[in-house]
Design a protein around this ligand. Structure first.
Ligand SMILES: [Zn+2]
Length: 116
């Protein structure tokens, strides 16, 4: 299953970062595109399942979905592609290329503050 692989990759990256920082991760922000979007609930469930017994267990994941971007052939500007408009949001021209869907990215990890 796609989400399990994604969860495993995230767990590996976060664990590696946690080992470097010598801190316990408590939350992470993940972003991904629209078309290759993972199912949030399935991903969170998969992450929880494989994080059991690791330093990452119990941490909170937030998933942010980014919209697809288009690049207008008329004015050359980039814009957030919107299915309801299907054109450049700057000049309304309908000649544009869709840019590749943003990949799934681990944006940031929050670590537990060390009080000692
Ligand atoms: Zn335009």
């Amino acid at each position: 299953m796609h989400e399990t692989m994604v969860a495993k990759n995230l767990l590996d990256s976060i664990s590696a970062e946690a080992a470097k920082q010598k801190a316990r991760p408590i939350a992470a922000l993940i972003s991904c595109g629209t078309f290759n979007a993972v199912n949030d609930e399935v991903l969170l469930f998969a992450f929880d399942a494989i994080a059991k017994g690791t330093v990452c267990y119990g941490m909170k994941l937030r998933i942010e979905h980014k919209s697809i971007q288009g690049k207008c052939s008329g004015c050359g500007k980039k814009f957030d592609f919107d299915l309801t408009r299907s054109g450049c949001t700057h000049c309304s021209c309908d000649k544009f290329d869709l840019l590749p869907d943003p990949p799934l990215l681990l944006e940031e990890i929050e670590f537990e503050e060390d009080d000692e």
